[in-house]
Write a new protein. Structure first.
Length: 78
């Protein structure tokens, strides 16, 4: 029985490319949803489900990031 690989060796650039691709997918699905509202109202629910899945994946990727914050001194973001 095959097992899943639980360790990945991805660079920050790889993760950035994955996130950019997922955002482009959401954009394309959103455009398709706008067209489907008038042409195929039954397909809107499926598109909504797909958009939700991709957005959830983007959220999980975001939540796994560790953002830099200096230990000493005042942090000025921006």
């Amino acid at each position: 029985m095959p097992h899943f690989n639980r360790t990945f060796e991805l660079t920050i650039a790889d993760i950035d490319l994955i996130e950019s691709s997922l955002r482009e997918t959401v954009r394309a699905l959103g455009d398709a949803r706008i067209d489907a509202v008038t042409a195929d109202p039954a397909g809107v629910a499926d598109l909504d489900k797909r958009i939700r899945r991709v957005n959830n994946l983007l959220g999980r990727l975001h939540n796994q990031k560790v953002f830099y914050r200096p230990v000493a001194g005042t942090y000025v973001g921006g």
